[in-house]
Design a binder for this molecule. Sequence first.
Ligand SMILES: Nc1ncnc2c1ncn2[C@@H]1O[C@H](COP(=O)(O)OP(=O)(O)OP(=O)(O)O)[C@@H](O)[C@H]1O
Length: 285
Amino acid sequence: MTNARAHSLAMTVDTAHAHADAVRTATQGDVGLPLRAQGLTVTFGGLTAVKQLDLDVQAHEIHALIGPNGAGKTTVVNALSGFVRPAAGQIWINGASSPHWRSHTLARAGLGRTFQNTRLFGSMSVLETVLVGAHSRFGGGALAALLRTKKAREQEHAAIADAHRLIEFVGLGADAPAKQASALSYGHQRRVELARALIARPRVLLLDEPLAGMNVSEKLELCGLIRQIRESGVAILLIEHDMDVIRNLADRVTVLHFGSKLIEGTPDAVLAHDDVQSAYLGKSR
Ligand SMILES: Nc1ncnc2c1ncn2[C@@H]1O[C@H](COP(=O)(O)OP(=O)(O)OP(=O)(O)O)[C@@H](O)[C@H]1O
Protein backbone atom coordinates (compact mmCIF):
# COMPACT_ATOMS: atom_id res chain seq x y z
CA MET A 1 0.00 0.00 0.00
CA THR A 2 1.34 3.46 -0.87
CA ASN A 3 1.95 6.04 1.89
CA ALA A 4 -0.67 8.30 0.32
CA ARG A 5 -3.24 5.53 0.49
CA ALA A 6 -2.26 4.64 4.06
CA HIS A 7 -2.65 8.30 5.03
CA SER A 8 -6.05 8.63 3.46
CA LEU A 9 -7.11 5.42 5.19
CA ALA A 10 -6.05 6.80 8.57
CA MET A 11 -7.52 10.24 7.81
CA THR A 12 -10.97 8.75 7.43
CA VAL A 13 -10.56 7.37 10.94
CA ASP A 14 -10.32 10.85 12.33
CA THR A 15 -13.82 11.61 11.14
CA ALA A 16 -15.06 8.59 13.03
CA HIS A 17 -13.33 9.89 16.18
CA ALA A 18 -15.15 13.17 15.85
CA HIS A 19 -18.38 11.25 16.36
CA ALA A 20 -17.17 8.79 18.98
CA ASP A 21 -18.53 10.98 21.77
CA ALA A 22 -22.03 10.39 20.48
CA VAL A 23 -21.48 6.70 21.11
CA ARG A 24 -19.68 7.18 24.43
CA THR A 25 -22.44 9.38 25.84
CA ALA A 26 -25.08 7.00 24.60
CA THR A 27 -27.68 5.66 26.93
CA GLN A 28 -26.96 2.09 27.91
CA GLY A 29 -29.73 -0.24 26.81
CA ASP A 30 -30.89 -2.66 29.44
CA VAL A 31 -29.46 -5.52 27.40
CA GLY A 32 -26.13 -6.19 25.74
CA LEU A 33 -27.69 -7.65 22.61
CA PRO A 34 -25.62 -7.21 19.46
CA LEU A 35 -28.58 -5.37 17.93
CA ARG A 36 -31.93 -4.14 19.19
CA ALA A 37 -34.37 -1.83 17.42
CA GLN A 38 -37.56 -0.59 18.99
CA GLY A 39 -40.36 1.33 17.33
CA LEU A 40 -38.27 1.73 14.17
CA THR A 41 -40.21 3.81 11.66
CA VAL A 42 -38.99 5.06 8.28
CA THR A 43 -40.96 7.33 5.98
CA PHE A 44 -40.31 8.49 2.42
CA GLY A 45 -42.55 11.50 1.83
CA GLY A 46 -46.06 10.21 2.35
CA LEU A 47 -45.00 6.54 2.35
CA THR A 48 -44.33 4.74 5.63
CA ALA A 49 -41.90 2.05 4.50
CA VAL A 50 -41.22 0.67 8.01
CA LYS A 51 -43.74 0.94 10.85
CA GLN A 52 -42.99 0.62 14.55
CA LEU A 53 -40.68 -2.35 14.09
CA ASP A 54 -39.21 -4.12 17.14
CA LEU A 55 -36.30 -6.37 16.21
CA ASP A 56 -33.64 -8.14 18.32
CA VAL A 57 -30.61 -9.97 17.00
CA GLN A 58 -29.22 -12.24 19.72
CA ALA A 59 -25.57 -13.20 20.08
CA HIS A 60 -24.59 -16.20 17.92
CA GLU A 61 -27.77 -16.19 15.88
CA ILE A 62 -28.57 -15.92 12.21
CA HIS A 63 -31.78 -13.93 12.08
CA ALA A 64 -33.49 -13.77 8.71
CA LEU A 65 -35.61 -10.83 7.62
CA ILE A 66 -38.03 -11.89 4.92
CA GLY A 67 -41.10 -10.49 3.18
CA PRO A 68 -42.55 -9.79 -0.25
CA ASN A 69 -40.93 -7.29 -2.61
CA GLY A 70 -41.35 -3.79 -1.24
CA ALA A 71 -42.08 -5.02 2.31
CA GLY A 72 -39.33 -2.77 3.70
CA LYS A 73 -36.43 -5.19 4.30
CA THR A 74 -33.68 -3.11 2.68
CA THR A 75 -35.09 0.02 4.29
CA VAL A 76 -34.75 -1.66 7.70
CA VAL A 77 -31.12 -2.55 6.97
CA ASN A 78 -30.46 0.97 5.66
CA ALA A 79 -31.97 2.49 8.80
CA LEU A 80 -30.07 0.11 11.11
CA SER A 81 -26.79 0.91 9.38
CA GLY A 82 -27.19 4.69 9.28
CA PHE A 83 -27.87 5.08 5.56
CA VAL A 84 -31.45 6.23 6.10
CA ARG A 85 -32.56 8.37 9.02
CA PRO A 86 -35.49 6.83 10.88
CA ALA A 87 -38.51 9.04 11.52
CA ALA A 88 -38.89 7.37 14.92
CA GLY A 89 -37.51 4.57 17.04
CA GLN A 90 -34.32 3.68 18.85
CA ILE A 91 -31.40 1.45 17.90
CA TRP A 92 -29.00 -0.19 20.36
CA ILE A 93 -25.73 -1.74 19.27
CA ASN A 94 -24.10 -3.83 22.00
CA GLY A 95 -26.35 -2.10 24.52
CA ALA A 96 -25.38 1.43 23.43
CA SER A 97 -27.78 3.81 21.80
CA SER A 98 -27.36 7.22 20.24
CA PRO A 99 -29.80 9.82 18.96
CA HIS A 100 -27.39 10.50 16.08
CA TRP A 101 -26.21 7.19 14.69
CA ARG A 102 -24.25 7.57 11.47
CA SER A 103 -22.74 4.73 9.47
CA HIS A 104 -19.22 5.30 10.89
CA THR A 105 -20.36 5.56 14.53
CA LEU A 106 -22.41 2.41 14.06
CA ALA A 107 -19.34 0.67 12.67
CA ARG A 108 -17.28 1.72 15.68
CA ALA A 109 -20.05 0.46 17.98
CA GLY A 110 -19.85 -2.99 16.33
CA LEU A 111 -22.21 -3.06 13.36
CA GLY A 112 -21.11 -4.08 9.87
CA ARG A 113 -23.01 -4.57 6.62
CA THR A 114 -22.81 -5.66 3.04
CA PHE A 115 -24.99 -4.38 0.21
CA GLN A 116 -27.56 -5.89 -2.15
CA ASN A 117 -25.31 -5.01 -5.06
CA THR A 118 -21.56 -5.35 -4.72
CA ARG A 119 -19.78 -2.05 -4.17
CA LEU A 120 -16.14 -2.46 -5.07
CA PHE A 121 -13.94 0.43 -6.09
CA GLY A 122 -12.55 0.68 -9.63
CA SER A 123 -8.84 -0.05 -9.61
CA MET A 124 -8.27 -1.10 -6.00
CA SER A 125 -6.67 -4.44 -5.21
CA VAL A 126 -8.46 -6.98 -3.04
CA LEU A 127 -6.10 -6.11 -0.15
CA GLU A 128 -6.75 -2.37 -0.45
CA THR A 129 -10.51 -2.94 -0.73
CA VAL A 130 -10.57 -5.01 2.45
CA LEU A 131 -8.42 -2.43 4.26
CA VAL A 132 -11.01 0.27 3.53
CA GLY A 133 -13.19 -1.57 6.03
CA ALA A 134 -10.55 -1.26 8.77
CA HIS A 135 -10.77 2.49 9.26
CA SER A 136 -13.42 2.37 11.99
CA ARG A 137 -11.00 0.34 14.14
CA PHE A 138 -8.10 2.76 14.13
CA GLY A 139 -7.27 5.22 16.86
CA GLY A 140 -4.72 8.01 16.72
CA GLY A 141 -6.43 10.25 14.17
CA ALA A 142 -5.17 12.26 11.23
CA LEU A 143 -2.23 13.82 13.04
CA ALA A 144 -0.81 10.44 13.98
CA ALA A 145 -1.18 9.31 10.39
CA LEU A 146 0.51 12.46 9.05
CA LEU A 147 3.39 12.11 11.47
CA ARG A 148 3.58 8.35 10.82
CA THR A 149 3.73 7.69 14.55
CA LYS A 150 4.76 4.29 15.87
CA LYS A 151 1.17 3.60 16.87
CA ALA A 152 -0.12 4.48 13.39
CA ARG A 153 2.47 2.18 11.79
CA GLU A 154 1.63 -0.66 14.18
CA GLN A 155 -2.08 -0.28 13.46
CA GLU A 156 -1.43 -0.31 9.74
CA HIS A 157 0.67 -3.49 10.01
CA ALA A 158 -1.95 -5.19 12.19
CA ALA A 159 -4.70 -4.24 9.73
CA ILE A 160 -2.71 -5.59 6.77
CA ALA A 161 -2.09 -8.88 8.62
CA ASP A 162 -5.80 -9.09 9.48
CA ALA A 163 -6.77 -8.37 5.87
CA HIS A 164 -4.58 -11.25 4.63
CA ARG A 165 -6.07 -13.58 7.25
CA LEU A 166 -9.64 -12.59 6.33
CA ILE A 167 -9.03 -12.89 2.59
CA GLU A 168 -8.00 -16.49 3.30
CA PHE A 169 -10.92 -17.01 5.73
CA VAL A 170 -13.50 -16.03 3.09
CA GLY A 171 -11.99 -18.60 0.75
CA LEU A 172 -10.03 -16.47 -1.71
CA GLY A 173 -6.72 -17.90 -2.90
CA ALA A 174 -3.20 -16.96 -1.83
CA ASP A 175 -2.79 -14.82 -4.96
CA ALA A 176 -6.03 -12.88 -4.31
CA PRO A 177 -4.73 -9.90 -2.25
CA ALA A 178 -2.88 -8.35 -5.22
CA LYS A 179 -5.70 -8.91 -7.73
CA GLN A 180 -7.98 -6.09 -8.85
CA ALA A 181 -11.18 -6.61 -6.82
CA SER A 182 -13.59 -5.46 -9.54
CA ALA A 183 -12.08 -7.98 -12.00
CA LEU A 184 -13.00 -10.98 -9.82
CA SER A 185 -16.01 -13.20 -10.48
CA TYR A 186 -19.27 -12.05 -8.91
CA GLY A 187 -19.14 -14.76 -6.24
CA HIS A 188 -15.60 -13.81 -5.29
CA GLN A 189 -16.49 -10.11 -5.17
CA ARG A 190 -19.13 -10.96 -2.56
CA ARG A 191 -16.45 -12.70 -0.53
CA VAL A 192 -14.25 -9.59 -0.73
CA GLU A 193 -17.21 -7.61 0.59
CA LEU A 194 -17.56 -9.99 3.51
CA ALA A 195 -13.84 -9.66 4.33
CA ARG A 196 -14.16 -5.87 4.11
CA ALA A 197 -17.07 -5.93 6.57
CA LEU A 198 -15.36 -8.39 8.94
CA ILE A 199 -12.10 -6.47 9.25
CA ALA A 200 -13.94 -3.83 11.29
CA ARG A 201 -14.57 -6.63 13.83
CA PRO A 202 -18.34 -6.26 13.96
CA ARG A 203 -20.41 -8.00 16.60
CA VAL A 204 -23.40 -7.97 14.28
CA LEU A 205 -23.34 -8.12 10.50
CA LEU A 206 -26.23 -7.12 8.22
CA LEU A 207 -26.23 -9.10 4.98
CA ASP A 208 -28.58 -7.83 2.25
CA GLU A 209 -29.22 -10.71 -0.15
CA PRO A 210 -25.65 -12.05 -0.05
CA LEU A 211 -26.59 -15.05 -2.18
CA ALA A 212 -28.41 -13.16 -4.95
CA GLY A 213 -27.24 -14.07 -8.43
CA MET A 214 -25.30 -17.17 -7.34
CA ASN A 215 -25.60 -20.67 -8.69
CA VAL A 216 -26.44 -23.61 -6.44
CA SER A 217 -22.87 -24.62 -5.60
CA GLU A 218 -21.83 -20.99 -4.96
CA LYS A 219 -24.85 -20.64 -2.65
CA LEU A 220 -23.90 -23.76 -0.71
CA GLU A 221 -20.34 -22.54 -0.28
CA LEU A 222 -21.44 -19.11 0.86
CA CYS A 223 -23.97 -20.60 3.31
CA GLY A 224 -21.06 -22.54 4.83
CA LEU A 225 -19.06 -19.34 5.11
CA ILE A 226 -21.97 -17.46 6.72
CA ARG A 227 -22.24 -20.26 9.30
CA GLN A 228 -18.49 -20.00 9.98
CA ILE A 229 -18.87 -16.25 10.48
CA ARG A 230 -21.63 -16.91 13.03
CA GLU A 231 -19.45 -19.53 14.74
CA SER A 232 -16.65 -16.97 14.99
CA GLY A 233 -18.96 -14.96 17.29
CA VAL A 234 -20.63 -12.54 14.87
CA ALA A 235 -24.43 -12.35 14.97
CA ILE A 236 -26.08 -11.99 11.57
CA LEU A 237 -29.19 -10.28 10.25
CA LEU A 238 -29.84 -11.73 6.80
CA ILE A 239 -32.20 -10.63 4.05
CA GLU A 240 -32.87 -13.57 1.78
CA HIS A 241 -35.60 -14.65 -0.64
CA ASP A 242 -34.66 -18.33 -1.03
CA MET A 243 -36.78 -20.33 1.44
CA ASP A 244 -34.45 -23.35 1.31
CA VAL A 245 -31.61 -21.09 2.40
CA ILE A 246 -33.77 -19.67 5.20
CA ARG A 247 -34.68 -23.16 6.46
CA ASN A 248 -31.05 -24.19 6.26
CA LEU A 249 -29.38 -21.17 7.72
CA ALA A 250 -31.66 -19.15 9.96
CA ASP A 251 -32.17 -19.67 13.69
CA ARG A 252 -35.00 -17.15 13.76
CA VAL A 253 -37.09 -15.40 11.14
CA THR A 254 -38.95 -12.09 11.16
CA VAL A 255 -41.52 -11.59 8.41
CA LEU A 256 -42.22 -8.06 7.25
CA HIS A 257 -45.44 -7.16 5.47
CA PHE A 258 -46.12 -3.60 4.33
CA GLY A 259 -43.38 -2.40 6.67
CA SER A 260 -44.77 -4.07 9.82
CA LYS A 261 -43.77 -7.25 11.58
CA LEU A 262 -46.20 -10.01 10.61
CA ILE A 263 -44.67 -12.77 12.72
CA GLU A 264 -41.37 -13.87 14.28
CA GLY A 265 -40.18 -17.37 15.19
CA THR A 266 -38.25 -20.41 14.07
CA PRO A 267 -38.08 -20.98 10.29
CA ASP A 268 -40.37 -24.03 10.40
CA ALA A 269 -43.00 -22.36 12.56
CA VAL A 270 -42.92 -19.10 10.59
CA LEU A 271 -42.96 -20.61 7.11
CA ALA A 272 -45.84 -22.94 8.03
CA HIS A 273 -47.95 -20.11 9.43
CA ASP A 274 -51.16 -19.38 7.50
CA ASP A 275 -50.58 -15.62 7.40
CA VAL A 276 -47.10 -16.13 5.94
CA GLN A 277 -48.36 -18.65 3.44
CA SER A 278 -50.98 -16.21 2.19
CA ALA A 279 -49.13 -12.91 2.53
CA TYR A 280 -45.63 -13.90 1.60
CA LEU A 281 -45.82 -17.05 -0.42
CA GLY A 282 -49.01 -15.92 -2.19
CA LYS A 283 -50.91 -19.08 -1.31
CA SER A 284 -54.58 -18.96 -0.48
CA ARG A 285 -55.54 -20.29 2.94
N1 LIG B 1 -35.27 6.06 -1.24
C1 LIG B 1 -36.57 5.79 -1.34
N2 LIG B 1 -37.45 6.76 -1.67
C2 LIG B 1 -38.77 6.50 -1.76
N3 LIG B 1 -39.33 5.29 -1.52
C3 LIG B 1 -38.48 4.28 -1.21
C4 LIG B 1 -37.07 4.47 -1.10
N4 LIG B 1 -36.51 3.28 -0.76
C5 LIG B 1 -37.51 2.39 -0.65
N5 LIG B 1 -38.69 2.98 -0.93
C6 LIG B 1 -40.01 2.35 -0.88
O1 LIG B 1 -40.15 1.76 0.41
C7 LIG B 1 -40.81 0.51 0.31
C8 LIG B 1 -39.91 -0.57 0.88
O2 LIG B 1 -38.83 -0.77 -0.03
P1 LIG B 1 -37.62 -1.76 0.30
O3 LIG B 1 -36.65 -1.64 -0.82
O4 LIG B 1 -37.14 -1.52 1.67
O5 LIG B 1 -38.36 -3.17 0.24
P2 LIG B 1 -37.71 -4.62 0.22
O6 LIG B 1 -38.54 -5.46 1.13
O7 LIG B 1 -36.26 -4.56 0.48
O8 LIG B 1 -37.99 -5.04 -1.30
P3 LIG B 1 -37.15 -6.02 -2.29
O9 LIG B 1 -37.36 -7.41 -1.78
O10 LIG B 1 -37.82 -5.80 -3.61
O11 LIG B 1 -35.71 -5.57 -2.26
C9 LIG B 1 -41.16 0.32 -1.16
O12 LIG B 1 -42.49 0.77 -1.36
C10 LIG B 1 -40.16 1.20 -1.88
O13 LIG B 1 -40.67 1.65 -3.11
